[in-house]
Design a protein around this ligand. Structure first.
Ligand code: HEC
Length: 131
């Protein structure tokens, strides 16, 4: 049976208060997260300079990374919100790549801003505050 309390914890976290859901993260891939952090930063610059090739490379890295993240939390169980945010995030990264391949860098940037929010929402709820 699924416990719906987790959702309320997430909603509380998203509305500003720092609540940390309890998931054992000892086998989490921090290197991957740092790689995504780099990719998000260069993505911002590449969208700004309308470099579709570079956007595609970074977007692809983030799609793969967030697919891993989605699978990770789905294996953990009891972390539906994390699974949802990761799925939302790789969907947005796909959108960024698709929009920039059509030279629509405004749409790419809109999706980029939403992507950064999904990173933050998951961190607010699941990342230990000490990090
Ligand atoms: C579904 C949840 C989730 C999403 C989405 C997510 N992260 Fe994370 N991230 C985590 C968790 C959990 C940790 C803490 C891991 C730990 O404490 O071992 C973390 C840690 C990090 C860290 C710190 C790693 C370190 O220890 O040095 C960075 C940087 C990071 N994430 C970047 C990103 C970026 C950029 C995105 C979006 C593209 C993103 N994350 C999306 C869950 C997520």
């Amino acid at each position: 049976m699924r416990n719906s309390k987790g959702l309320w914890v997430l909603l509380a976290a998203m509305s500003g208060s720092a609540v940390c859901a309890s998931v054992d993260l000892s086998d989490f891939d921090d290197d991957l997260m740092r790689g995504m952090d780099d990719a998000v930063k260069t993505l911002d610059a590449s969208i700004g300079s309308k470099d579709a090739q570079a956007v595609a490379t970074d977007a692809r890295f983030i799609v793969d990374g967030l697919k891993w993240t989605e699978g990770y939390f789905s294996r953990k169980g009891n972390a539906e919100d994390a699974v949802k945010l990761a799925a939302q995030g790789h969907g947005l990264a796909e959108e960024i790549a698709a929009a920039s391949s059509q030279n629509d860098f405004d749409a790419a940037f809109t999706a980029y801003r939403s992507l950064v929010k999904t990173c933050r929402s998951c961190h607010d709820a699941y990342k230990p505050p000490s990090l």
